[in-house]
Design a protein around this ligand. Structure first.
Ligand code: SAH
Length: 202
């Protein structure tokens, strides 16, 4: 899978600084609840996996998990965690805006804090890319910062209607629920209001 040249700056640096706000060393509670309900199943893609906690969560529950991230440092750390924990998950450096290049299709996609990093143009490309990687009838679980989160530190806020508009063609938005992101203290907050969207590929 090719990544843009040069690789977008920032992500590797964020991981090199350590304790990036989202990189809490465990999966987000919202995704643990999905796993507990048996929903992270089959071939699972952790899109923009960072240091791999959600792919590893799925792998620990028996899924065939793949994590893709543009940061080589994050992928190196994810592979290290898999080895340390004795879990089998595949981690690759790659661009989630070009998932078709993977030549793989998945039953389930996890997006924890990735959709909200993209600007409008990249957002549209991302949705097309996800459509190329998720099988018909497959499910994407997407958690993003919500417009109900006050202040402006951290990523762009997303409204429910933006989620519905982004996934209006070829998808069904089955539900959007209020959730919380757990964060390291770097942003001055340790939780943030989020939306957890359950989105099915038609
Ligand atoms: N899902 C992880 C990381 C969220 S932070 C977690 O929950 O901890 C957003 C992640 O998206 C970062 O790891 C960043 O490196 C990755 N990312 C940003 N743009 C990307 C792209 N175009 N392709 C792949 N990964 C990307």
């Amino acid at each position: 899978m090719s990544i843009p040249e040069p690789a977008p700056p920032g992500w590797d640096e964020a991981y090199a600084r350590g304790a990036a706000p989202w990189d809490i060393g465990r999966p987000q509670a919202a995704f643990v609840r999905l796993a507990d309900s048996g929903l992270l199943r089959g071939r699972v893609l952790d899109s923009g996996c960072g240091t791999g906690e959600h792919a590893l969560l799925a792998a620990a529950r028996g899924a065939d998990a793949v994590g893709i991230d543009i940061s080589p440092l994050a992928i190196e750390r994810a592979r290290g965690k898999a080895a340390d924990r004795g879990l089998t998950a595949r981690f690759e450096v790659g661009d989630v805006l070009s998932l078709g290049q993977l030549g793989m299709t998945f039953d389930t996609v996890i997006d924890s804090g990735v959709f909200h990093v993209f600007d409008d143009d990249a957002r549209a490309r991302y949705v097309t890319s996800l459509a190329s990687a998720l099988r018909s009838g497959g499910t994407c679980y997407l958690m993003c910062f919500s417009d109900r989160q006050p202040g402006d530190s951290g990523p762009r806020r997303v409204r429910q209607d933006e989620l519905r508009a982004a996934f209006s063609d070829g998808w069904t938005v089955a539900s959007i629920a209020g959730e919380m992101f757990e964060l390291n203290p770097g942003l001055g907050i340790t939780t943030a209001r989020a939306w957890l969207a359950t989105i099915r590929r038609l």
